[in-house]
Design a protein around this ligand. Structure first.
Ligand SMILES: [Fe+2]
Length: 367
């Protein structure tokens, strides 16, 4: 009786001490069906970490879901009723793949462990009976790994944000050169990513198409404003200079490694399906996919925007023109899809900012 009281007293004092001495904010979830083991594990960790406990896998999953933003690491026993430790960790991995997972097990479970390492994304397994000091060391390494992964993902997100904002700023700076092309790069990109998404293009390709769209006309920076903003028809010489912009765009981005993959889409956005475009007179599917998409979006935006030499054409007129040029100027399959999704395109034309955020892969990656 006295011992029980002392234990209770010590537990309370211990809790107070541990609460005062927690020096970091990591939370560990311990799952074990044996109450004595659970208490031992709790005592092992409570001075260094916040500890949550569960006595079986189902309860563990519930606790994980309720504390998904707090838990850094899970320590689970293997032999448990209701749900074995490996099964619990496998399901925990589906819910929280970044949380570090450690399995406690006996010698006889080694074969199961080998399989579990892959299925559960296991950080480490500990053989029982465990040495508390060793377990603490393994948990410390696990928590360090969790911190490293978190900081890496923050840095990666920051880099993606920097990339997105830089590319968008460059595109806006280019559009600002000519009041008649204000917002052109952004809208061309918008129509391109809508078309690509509606074609179920994979997300890594969507990212390239979006970047290529934003930078497709970047070579116009080298074109004199007297040509770029000329209200009347260009002379042959002026048109030759104007036609140098896709190759200039490619040259400008070729020095940036991260932009290599978008080069083809940028360089060939003025090629035509029938081979009468520029700069290389590429034909049909020899024209890079991104360039065939941008070509349609570019023409649609050019037609539906007011230019120095004419007012904007209606959406319907522009769509009819694209339909008419399918198979000569444009890839017929892509042009057909563009016509099919014309309601989305028209709505995006009316609300470009709103639709951009809805369809942008680069924006989605940083939010
Ligand atoms: Fe262009």
């Amino acid at each position: 009786m006295l011992n029980v009281k002392n234990d209770l007293f010590l537990n309370n004092v211990g809790d107070l001490i541990s609460a005062a001495s927690i020096h970091n904010e990591h939370t560990i979830l311990i799952v074990d069906d044996e109450i004595n083991n659970l208490q031992l594990l709790k005592r092992t960790f409570r001075n260094k970490y916040k500890v949550l406990t569960a006595s079986n896998g189902l309860e563990g999953l519930e606790t994980l879901k309720n504390n998904i933003n707090d838990i850094s690491l899970i320590v689970s026993d293997h032999k448990m009723p209701i749900m074995e430790g490996t099964k619990f960790l496998e399901e925990a991995n589906n819910i929280a793949p970044d949380v570090i997972k450690i399995l406690l097990t006996g010698f006889s479970d080694i074969e199961i462990i080998t399989d579990a390492v892959n299925k559960c994304n296991l950080f480490q397994y500990i053989l029982k009976p465990f040495n508390p000091e060793e377990l603490l060391e393994v948990v410390k390494n696990g928590v360090d790994k969790f911190d490293l992964a978190s900081s890496k993902s923050i840095i990666l997100k920051d880099l993606k944000e920097l990339f997105y904002k830089t590319i968008k700023s460059i595109a806006s700076a280019l559009d600002a050169k000519d009041p008649y092309t204000h917002g052109h790069s952004m809208r061309v990109t918008l129509y391109s990513i809508i078309l690509a998404k509606e074609l179920n293009v994979p997300s890594n390709q969507l990212e390239s198409i979006e970047t290529a769209g934003l930078l497709h006309d970047i070579g116009k920076i080298a074109i004199p404003e007297s040509i770029l903003c000329k209200p009347g028809k260009l002379t042959d010489d002026e048109f030759t200079i104007m036609k140098s912009h896709p190759a200039n765009s490619e040259k400008l981005i070729s020095s940036i490694k991260k932009l290599h993959e978008i080069s083809p889409g940028v360089k060939h956005h003025h090629e035509r399906w029938d081979g009468k475009g520029y700069p290389d007179k590429l034909q049909g599917e020899d024209i890079p996919f991104a360039a065939r998409i941008i070509a349609i979006a570019d023409t649609y935006d050019a037609m539906t925007s007011t230019r120095s030499y004419r007012v904007a054409l209606s959406h319907q007129t522009a769509i009819s023109e694209i339909e008419k040029c399918a198979g000569t100027q444009f890839d017929p399959v892509l042009a057909k899809k563009f016509v099919e999704i014309q309601d989305i395109i028209e709505a995006a034309k009316e609300h470009p900012e709103e639709y951009y955020l809805k369809y942008s892969t680069l924006y989605e990656q940083i939010h």
